[in-house]
Design a protein around this ligand. Structure first.
Ligand SMILES: Cc1cc2nc3c(=O)[nH]c(=O)nc-3n(C[C@H](O)[C@H](O)[C@H](O)COP(=O)(O)OP(=O)(O)OC[C@H]3O[C@@H](n4cnc5c(N)ncnc54)[C@H](O)[C@@H]3O)c2cc1C
Length: 424
């Protein structure tokens, strides 16, 4: 069982001769953990990354079938990956630029739509769509050549925290002593639980069914999203080679049915929902991946750093916050945590250790605003479009059309979606 102990320094030093040391330990091998570990090592910090799946590098995706996990990457993510020297190393033939976003209300009326355009916003693209494996593979390659970074394929079981640092006990590979632990250990973060950090958690009673489709009409580099009556949301994100990646948020019961659908059942769904707009827009759709479903929930940790008695931990990514995928922002938000942490640690005064409370508080302060705003907007949008009363239905559809007419509001929305954040 996972647990954390707070020791006096003398007690933990009894074991210090036997254990490895590092300036920072990153726990977690998702994109957020991998990007953070690489960035910390590039800052010159001796870094160890721990996750059960770090044994071999993620295979580089290839061939005509795209991976199951497809993400929208915001320009802030692109900037971080460029900073880490990853962006140029990616196979760009597997990335698709999004130049337009079209979001439709659930009445099927022509004016119930919001159109965001890269040209109108004066930016080359609104986002990129690509496979998780593409990014992970390239991060793995870069990490192999980073001599300040050691990766250990193992599971964290227990932590002892004292005033000088943290001792992490792994399932197989012994213990590690460090100054700072970065928890990138996902939505069910064991570290969050070990530290007793409360998190508000709400299930959306929805699952997202994801699948990739070949389409007969060009997608025109456009990300489409249809809100359907009853709260379902269908997003079709453009991929290279006339493909789209679907994210269909629906009840768990309907999700289970969708996973069993054959070709004609899918065809029937696409022609009947959204007043037939999906097939009108994309033509005939042919399944090009194995569909999968993910339960959807909202989580927000009450603190993004360790509690008063044990503040030597920073929470990043899904360990700190999880949101509905309707805005395609969860990973992007987690990678903005990484940017802020790297900025703060990179600029720290020489007399401060990486776990100095001033630095950790600075990190928490800077991340709370961005996180709260995005979680709030995503949650409210989700709930507004699930509401069944006539007034709310009218309001949301009317709202889409109204926002569409306001260049000012659209510009602000795009700025939020781009997630502007810079390295200092
Ligand atoms: C359907 C769907 C679509 C989405 N689409 C988008 C999108 O378009 N754009 C976007 O920005 N976001 C999107 N998201 C959100 C995105 O998937 C997550 O925000 C992101 O994957 C979180 O990454 P992470 O690295 O924080 O966590 P994870 O990827 O969950 O990684 C957690 C890591 O911690 C490790 N770990 C756990 N416990 C331990 C332990 N005890 N010891 C060691 N290691 C441990 C795990 O093995 C794993 O490696 C979507 C989410 C869903 C469900």
């Amino acid at each position: 069982m996972s647990e954390v102990h707070q020791n006096s320094p003398s007690k933990s030093h009894v074991h210090s001769a036997k254990i490895r040391t590092a300036d920072v330990v990153v726990v977690g091998g998702g994109i957020v953990g991998k990007a953070c570990a690489l960035g910390l090592a590039q800052l010159g910090l001796q870094t160890i990354e721990i996750a059960p799946d770090l044994g071999q590098s993620a295979p580089g995706p290839q061939g005509p079938q795209w991976g199951q996990r497809i993400y929208a990457f915001s320009p802030s993510t692109q900037k971080l990956l460029a900073h880490l020297q990853i962006w140029d190393a990616l196979d760009h033939s597997r990335l698709q630029a999004v130049r337009d976003m079209r979001i439709y209300g659930d009445r099927g009326e022509k004016n119930d739509q919001l159109h965001l355009s890269a040209f109108e916003a004066g930016t080359p693209q609104l986002a990129w769509i690509g496979e998780s494996d593409l990014i992970e593979h390239t991060l793995d390659q870069a990490s192999r050549f980073q001599n300040k970074l050691e990766r250990i394929s193992d599971t964290l079981e227990k932590m002892d925290i004292d005033i000088d640092g943290v001792t992490l006990h792994l399932k197989n590979a012994g213990s590690i002593r460090t100054q700072l632990v970065v928890a990138a250990d996902g939505a069910n973060s064991p570290i969050r639980s070990m530290l007793g950090i409360n998190a508000s958690e709400e299930s959306y009673s929805q699952s997202a069914v994801v699948a990739n489709w070949l389409c007969t009409y060009p997608h025109l580099e456009t990300a489409f999203q249809w809100f359907l009556p009853g709260g379902d949301i269908v997003a079709m994100l453009p991929l290279p080679n006339k493909q789209v990646s679907m994210v269909w948020s629906t009840s768990p019961e309907h999700a289970a049915k969708l996973l069993q659908f054959d070709r004609s059942a899918w065809q029937e769904q696409f022609t009947s929902i959204a007043h037939g707009a999906i097939t009108k827009q994309l033509g005939e759709l042919t399944l090009n991946s194995v569909p999968a479903a993910f339960p959807l929930r909202k989580i927000r940790a009450k603190r993004f750093i360790g509690p008063e008695g044990a503040p030597k931990v920073a929470l990043i990514g899904d360990a700190a916050h999880v949101m509905h995928p309707l805005a395609g922002q969860g990973l992007n938000l987690g990678l903005r945590d990484v940017v802020v942490l790297l900025n703060i640690l990179g600029k720290r005064e020489s007399f401060r250790s990486p776990s100095d409370l001033v630095l950790l508080r600075r990190y928490e302060r800077q991340r709370q605003g961005d996180t709260s705003a995005l979680l709030w907007v995503t949650d409210k949008l989700k709930k507004l479009f699930s509401a069944t009363s006539g007034t709310e239905r009218q309001l949301r559809n009317w709202g889409l059309g109204l926002v569409n007419k306001s260049h000012f509001i659209k510009q602000r929305l795009i700025e939020r979606a781009l997630g502007e954040i810079d390295f200092e």
